[in-house]
Design a binder for this molecule. Structure first.
Ligand SMILES: *Cc1c(COP(=O)(O)O)cnc(C)c1O
Length: 641
């Protein structure tokens, strides 16, 4: 397998860079330094200061925060906002586009206060605004957005309270757009606007027939639940005309899905939307804003293809395809170029968070050595297995494959019926493993590897137990088979020799990572380093800033992880900006509505009863109760003493 592939050349940093694909998905933010550590370069490709993640992890632990830790590198947010705006500006200039670009960040992608605060701060100079899809998001947006020239887009299903909040924001000088998502909303908005005597800026969310490939195909196209169809649009226009409010209609919005891997869908969506935009102008609406929603994808697997976890275009192509599409459609009838708005969420925040966790233990595939003398049993199972082992060669590989699997099931049958003991069965299973390993080794000499042998290759891996919960920290890996880049953050000068999958510490068999980018030789496992006596081994899961924090849940009551935000200074030093302690055991119990006081009282009574029955002494009760107290205060993840 891969071991041999790499064995041909000496392992070095370049090999590590290629194997883990860090230059492909790292977008200039992540790379490997000469000491073999992963470093972050928050300014991106233009060679600013870099920082070793191993060093940061060590310093986080020195401050008393345990792994797992979600590390946020603040400046990356600023770099991504800058990249998006500067790229649009360049494309707008190059194409003589007569309009500007304004972005908004959709709060749902990462609602954490410090994220919204940082976006509002870094986005200030670019008039980067916010998009809210609910009342709490709108209140957060109003309180965080400092720049009054930035847009505040209200999407989502809106009740009277939601609309009133937006109208109040308009009164206070915010540039609010109410996007009408379903036909029923329009009457309520008209009514509330009259009541408050405010002239609202309105937008229509339209249903495009363009459907994007990818994970979120259903958000767009005819099947989408939100958005106005053609006759809804006409009804809405007529309704606004009747109220004398057509001059409020300024924006057209669509969203055909998140993580759109294929650029041709982005172009098709923009072209179709521009035709509708043109029609609205011809109907007499002032318009002026075209909001193309989200969808700008992140190349998580670094393949630069139209696979679900990737994209087949660059930021520059994204921007130019949008600008060119608008020009192509609107110039035909001399329709003025609109202000372009996009609601990129994922592309803005994905890069800035890294989940770092330590490996607690490894369950190795490698069986103990074959004993010199096999035990005597009254059947020939062990002898047959031994014979198969000795027979493995390139010529007999398929036959040995069949035999190994046959004898393994025979061993299980014999055990079930009481014909062999647990010790004999263990020896049989170990012999099977030895055969499988020998088959796998031998198969490297073949030009063509038979299907069955390929299957065997996929069975030979170690399980690395990581101190994290997939359900809390990487929910998309579980829910939608998202591939996220994962690799050791140190020891990269050493050749990784163990083929591994990663398990979390929930007791759920779904809590594992066993899908890796197509570019790996083996897509179902990853090469990692063996543990070294007593030294921590740290893995990082990268590009987890979008959606993961918010969608995570309390499976097995593993709570929020510790979070540390850092800011890297121009001189390469860095500051801890903020640290948030993760949930304690008491926190997560209270989330699921346990009454902590009642729990403590019950524990006291149980311990009292145990004294009464003579099981423990009063002194033991004291230390047992102290242990419970400490347990409630502790971190939900594995803590080292
Ligand atoms: C989710 C969502 C977005 C964000 O999409 P990304 O692909 O993360 O950029 C934008 N707009 C709307 C309406 C959404 O629902």
């Amino acid at each position: 397998m891969s071991q041999e592939f790499f064995g041909k050349e000496k392992w070095n940093i370049k090999e590590a860079t290629d194997y883990y694909g860090i230059d492909n998905w790292g977008a200039g933010y992540f790379s490997i330094n000469d000491s073999g550590d992963v470093v972050v370069t928050p300014s991106g490709a233009d060679n600013g200061p870099s920082l070793s993640l191993r060093k940061v992890a060590r310093e986080i632990e020195a401050r008393g925060l345990s792994m797992p830790v979600l590390l946020r590198i603040e400046n990356i947010l600023g770099s991504q906002i800058k990249l998006l705006h500067e790229t649009f500006r360049k494309v707008i200039r190059d194409n003589d586009y007569r309009g500007v670009y304004k972005g908004v960040f959709p709060i749902k992608v990462n609602q954490q206060e410090q994220v919204i605060e940082a976006i509002s701060q870094f986005g200030g100079q670019y008039n980067h605004g916010l998009e809210a899809g609910s009342k709490p998001e709108l209140i957060a947006a109003i309180s965080m957005l400092n720049n009054r020239s930035a847009c505040l887009i209200c999407n989502g299903y809106k009740d009277e309270e939601f609309i009133d909040l937006g109208l109040h924001a308009i009164k206070m000088g915010y540039q609010v757009f109410f996007v009408i998502e379903v036909p029923g909303e329009i009457d309520l908005i008209i009514e509330r606007a009259k009541f408050h005597d405010v002239k609202p800026a309105l937008g229509f969310r339209i249903k495009l027939s363009t459907q994007a490939d990818g994970q979120w195909a259903e958000s767009g196209g005819d099947a989408s639940v939100f958005g106005l169809g053609m006759s809804h649009i006409i009804d809405a226009i007529d309704r606004l005309k009747a109220e004398g409010m057509l001059d409020c209609l300024q924006l057209l919005h669509y969203h055909i899905g998140s993580q759109i891997p294929n650029i041709s869908d982005i172009r098709a969506g923009a072209m179709e939307a521009c035709r509708l935009y043109e029609e609205l102008v011809l109907e007499g609406a002032p318009m002026g804003y075209l909001d193309l929603g989200g969808g700008l994808a992140v190349d998580y697997d670094g393949s630069n293809t139209n696979s679900h976890s990737s994209r087949n275009y660059s930021m520059e192509e994204y921007c130019s395809d949008i600008v060119e599409s608008i020009i192509t459609v609107l110039d035909k009838n001399d329709i003025p170029h609109p202000t372009i708005i996009t609601e990129s969420g994922r592309a803005i925040v994905a890069y800035y968070s890294v989940l770092i966790f330590n490996i607690l233990d490894i369950s190795s595939f490698e069986p103990p050595p074959i004993p010199d003398k096999l035990p005597e049993v009254d059947n020939d199972l062990l002898e047959n297995l031994m014979a198969t082992y000795n027979m493995v060669s390139t010529k007999t590989i398929q036959e040995c494959c069949n035999d190994a699997l046959f004898y393994r099931s025979q061993a299980r049958q014999l055990f079930k019926h009481g014909h062999i003991t647990i010790r004999e069965r263990a020896i049989a299973e170990n012999l099977v493993k030895h055969i499988l390993i020998k088959i796998s080794e031998t198969s490297k000499e073949l030009d063509h590897i038979p299907k069955d042998v390929e299957k065997i290759n996929r069975l030979i891996y170690d399980v690395y137990y990581g101190n994290f919960s997939l359900f809390q920290s990487l929910p998309d890996v579980w829910a939608i088979d998202q591939i996220l880049p994962l690799m050791p953050i140190h020891r990269l000068k050493e050749e990784p020799t163990r083929q591994a999958i990663i398990s979390d510490i929930t007791c759920d068999c779904d809590g594992k990572i066993d899908k890796f980018p197509d570019t790996y030789q083996d897509k179902s496992s990853i090469l990692l380093h063996p543990l070294q006596n007593g030294d921590e081994y740290y893995l990082g899961v990268f590009l987890v800033g979008a959606y993961q924090e918010t969608l995570g849940d309390l499976h097995n009551l593993f709570g929020d992880t510790n979070v540390v935000s850092i800011h890297v200074n121009d001189d390469g030093t860095y500051q801890f900006m903020r640290e948030l302690e993760g949930d304690s055991v008491a926190d997560v119990l209270s989330y699921v509505e346990y009454d902590l006081r009642a729990i403590k009282n019950r524990l006291k009574n149980i311990a009292e009863d145990a004294i009464h029955k003579g099981y423990i002494t009063a002194r033991e009760r004291k230390s047992i109760l102290a242990g419970f107290e400490e347990g409630l205060r502790g971190y939900t993840y594995f803590e080292k003493e």
